[in-house]
Design a protein around this ligand. Sequence first.
Ligand code: 9MR
Length: 455
Amino acid sequence: MTERCQGDTRPRTGPRARTAIVLAAAALLAATSAAFLPGTASAGTTLGASAAEKGRYFGTAVAASRLSDGNYTTILNREFNSVTPENEMKIDATEPQQGRFSYGAAEQIVNHARSRGMSVRGHTLAWHSQQPSWMESMSGSALRSAMLNHVTQVATHFRGQVVAWDVVNEAFEDGTSGARRNSNLQRTGNDWIEAAFRAARAADPNAKLCYNDYNTDNWTHAKTQAVYNMVRDFKARGVPIDCVGFQSHFNNDSPYVSNYRTTLSSFAALGVDVQVTELDIQGAPAATYRSVVEDCLAVARCNGVTVWGIRDSDSWRASQTPLLFNSSGQKKAAYDAVLAALNNGTTPTDPPTTPPTTPPTTPPSGSCTATLQDSTRWGDRFNSQVTVSGASNWTVVVAVTPPQKVSNTWNGTPTWDSSGNVMTMRSNGSGTVFGFTTMANGTWTRPVVRSCTAS
Ligand code: 9MR
């Protein structure tokens, strides 16, 4: 079934001016040089923290216009550790007139997310849809240049703030042809996709670069196979692609299928990460939501799941009530199923990595004792768990070794020194165990507990 973006009559979100809140958030970001500011959600009880314990993220699409809705932001801040701007980074939003860029609404979301420890998926740099009118009417080499300039400018602007970009979105035809979609971008030449990826890599070498599409979930479909063949070709020829996004808008015409896991694992076997990028399911059946999450957790290179909105009323398909929260913001059965899947999820089997190079540490003195233990390890990161005894209200200082970075924490409230390498974790009430994920960045030294203080 074909997505009908054109048929969606809800107003698009336009660029907005920065607010005082944004400036405050930016100042907070500037004051801490940490690449990540981990959130404070509790593992086992929220989607983001439970996903983090499995080395994944759980994200949502966010509309800047809804950030003033307290019910919306309460759920966003409590449950999610990744966001994707729903419309604010699209071409019509960021370059409404040629050469005049507009980032206000996108920055509002980026600052909201990053100041709360959530990562940002960028969506999207090159797409046949939601082009500004000046681009819609272009063709040939002029369009190719304009598209590449757009990719370069936007990816450069958000360099270091966006962990993954949907560089190209929805470039393949539906149906059985397996052909590229006939768009103005496609008519500039079949190499437009790889040209976009190369421009994005040059602009932001550290962002993961994804191809993103819908109706690519069923492994047997021609469109899925066509995207697979493109990714395989890109990997063979050294085109810089790191990940593939599966939108996964499931409904009665385009249902979830049991070979979804095969699709995810087959793409991952090409040497790319896979991500579920826009999940919604007509009627929000709990069992189907659970299956999608279990499928992601079963594939080591499936980094995370993003749902396309928070409450049913936030959805582009609101009448299908496809999301995890009802329009009042209450958790639906599908929410419980997703949380259970995240908490029961198996640990993926990644290639073994070098073990930490220092023994476990317990600080010799202090008014309480904090003992750090290794837990799950992946190819690029590892989790640690710290158990505190001797105090119920405690403050524990932990240091990681540069260039390591802590990317997520749970069951405590962290603050950071100016280097971003020393974390001061304070208890959330009476819990005695907290945890965190460390991005190794090539260094596998075990983090060190420096002190434990009763407070
Ligand atoms: O959710 C988005 C909606 O608000 C817009 O009106 C629509 C128009 O393009 O785009 C929606 O998001 C789409 C996403 O960017 C790409 N995949 C399909 C999504 C649903 O249409």
